[in-house]
Design a protein around this ligand. Sequence first.
Ligand SMILES: [Zn+2]
Length: 314
Amino acid sequence: MAKRPKPVHQLTAAQFDTMFPDEHACRAYLQARRWPDGVHCPRCGNPAVYDLPSRKWHWQCEQCAPDGYRFSLLVGTVFENTNKPLRDWYRVIHLMLTSKKGMSALQIYRFMGFGSYKTAWGMCHKVRVALIEDIEQLGGVVEVDETFIGGLARNKHKDKRGKGGGTGGIGSGKTPVVGAVRRKGNIVARVVQNVRADTLTEFVREAVSHKVSLLCTDSWVGYKHLGDEFPHASVDHKQGEYVRSVAYYEKDAVVVGAVHTNTIEGFWSIFKRGIVGSLHKVSRKYMPLYVAEFQFRYNNRENADIFGTAIAGC
Ligand SMILES: [Zn+2]
């Protein structure tokens, strides 16, 4: 199995309370994260904005509107037009980031004591949107694999690729997801329409640098042609083969390394346990947001400032 990821250094509940005793502290924190170099106009980027003396956390830009453009701290963030205090939002984000397998909107609704489940559900989705990352193309040793998430229990034991040459188990209610992970590095995962060769190749071209040292997959036919473009090696799970050693080039030196897909399978395992265990039914429509959430947690697993990184994206 894949190595256990290092424990994430996260804010404890006590640290959270100390950092965010009130709404003022939350707003000051958002301002510092949103504009680390000072407040800028969100419309034109002008750094020379004026405080509005009559309204705290509001500024005015004289550059992009004849009568001045007034904006608030929250404009353009996921917190805009919210009727919840920022502190509630922060608490929700903290809960989402500290639970490895995610937290359902139902759990959050109960924990936070919100008036409606829908409020919690809407907040969680807005946070997931904020967690969508831009990842640089992966280099080094990269594993690529695809999986099917969700669907009906009675379909679970069927071949994961479904019938019909990788149409993605269409009709089974399962959603195909493909991912690429750099060993000891970042993951890029995405919901796809199917797991045919053209779809998978397109994903790999986007997610993986052509300068990659080694690209590992299993022996699924959809990966067969990756060798035309990438230094590609595969393991054949059907033959009982899980790890194999190959020689490849890294910075012009020959290295012997292992061909396997254990790292990404470890990620799928966390993701599936999260979806099945705490999130229950996830429709295909929202699957990209759950993928973004799990990807963010994985890629920031050693980031001591994961909370601040999340707030900066809000
Ligand atoms: Zn402006």
